[in-house]
Design a protein around this ligand. Structure first.
Ligand SMILES: Nc1ncnc2c1ncn2[C@@H]1O[C@H](COP(=O)(O)OP(=O)(O)OP(=O)(O)O)[C@@H](O)[C@H]1O
Ligand SMILES: [Mg+2]
Length: 276
């Protein structure tokens, strides 16, 4: 096998958008392993009992755990201000956790920078400012491929196959696109690194119900290629319907955790978070 993980022959067209070989192919084993160590077992990606907040401010997260396993869609729901985005940022390394840990494929990555986590295989689409509005659609995708040194045109074609409207608008400034199309650019940009896990913070924010359904369909399609997806969603009911695992966060804590089905069937969850 070549040293370049992106030159693997992936056979299956759909699966080739992900790196199905798991952690370890991103850099050769003889390269520095950093302040990390590997233990087996546990979910593929987990923010484990995280406590922490922004800078020197108060703790926002209190022993908060979110995780996603291979082949799964995990969904985080909860009221505004519950700390959903903060939990995602903590998993991505954008704020310090005072206690708890983040592990990717068994490796403790709590001390890594977001950039290093991207290299490790994490793709993250934040809730806001997730595209470069003055750049074209294609330039946005190229920016997404920033860590790659190989030819990424195949991946770009896969993104265009997934979101055909982006192919039509490839030379248009991304800022001119509709809300749903911008979200496609943001997800496409994250896919350009061929991540091993995809984190999406409210991918359907501000779009119509029809566009939401369409985006969910695309997200399911991506998940079916074997890429685990950890996402925050305000459309709680619809999201839990497609979730293998669900987390309800309230005031920075885990309030309810279960399969999507279990949470949808829980009378307390229904009454408090799903509108009855
Ligand atoms: N950059 C920041 N600096 C300081 N405090 C912040 C920052 N971002 C968020 N907070 C605070 O953290 C708490 C949780 O916010 P967060 O954005 O994580 O909630 P959320 O569940 O994602 O809400 P929403 O559903 O509105 O997106 C809030 O009290 C918020 O004011
Ligand atoms: Mg949020």
């Amino acid at each position: 096998m070549s040293d370049n993980p992106y030159q693997d022959d992936h056979g299956n067209k759909d699966a080739s958008i992900t790196n199905t070989k798991g952690i370890g192919t991103m850099q050769p084993a003889h390269m520095k392993s950093g302040p990390t160590h590997k233990v087996d077992g546990g979910p593929f990606l987990i923010g484990d009992t995280m406590t922490g907040g922004y800078g020197k401010g108060p703790d926002i997260l209190h022993d908060c755990t979110i995780a996603v396993d291979k082949g799964e869609i995990a969904v985080i729901v909860g009221p505004n201000g519950a700390g959903k985005s903060t939990a995602m940022k903590a998993v991505f390394g954008m704020l310090n956790v005072r206690s708890g840990a983040v592990r990717l494929d068994g490796e403790d990555i709590t001390q890594l920078t977001p950039q290093d986590r991207v290299v490790k295989g994490m793709g993250f689409v934040p809730q806001t400012s997730n595209i470069f509005t003055s750049m074209t659609v294609e330039e946005n995708l190229e920016m997404g491929a920033f860590i790659r040194t190989d030819d990424f045109r195949d991946t770009m074609e896969q993104v265009y196959d997934l979101f055909p409207i982006l192919r039509d608008k490839r030379n248009q400034p991304a800022g001119e696109l509709s809300g749903g199309q911008r979200q496609q650019v943001a997800v496409g940009r994250a896919l350009m690194t061929k991540p091993k896990v995809l984190m999406l913070d409210e991918p359907t924010a501000g779009v119509s119900p029809i566009v939401m359904d369409e985006l969910f369909d695309r997200i399911i399609e991506v998940a079916r290629t074997g890429l685990p997806i950890l996402m925050v969603e305000q459309n709680a009911k619809q999201a839990l319907e497609i979730a293998d695992k669900g987390y309800v966060l309230v005031q920075g804590r885990n309030a309810y955790t279960g399969t999507g089905k279990e949470l949808l069937a829980d009378p307390e969850v229904r009454k408090s978070f799903l509108g009855g």
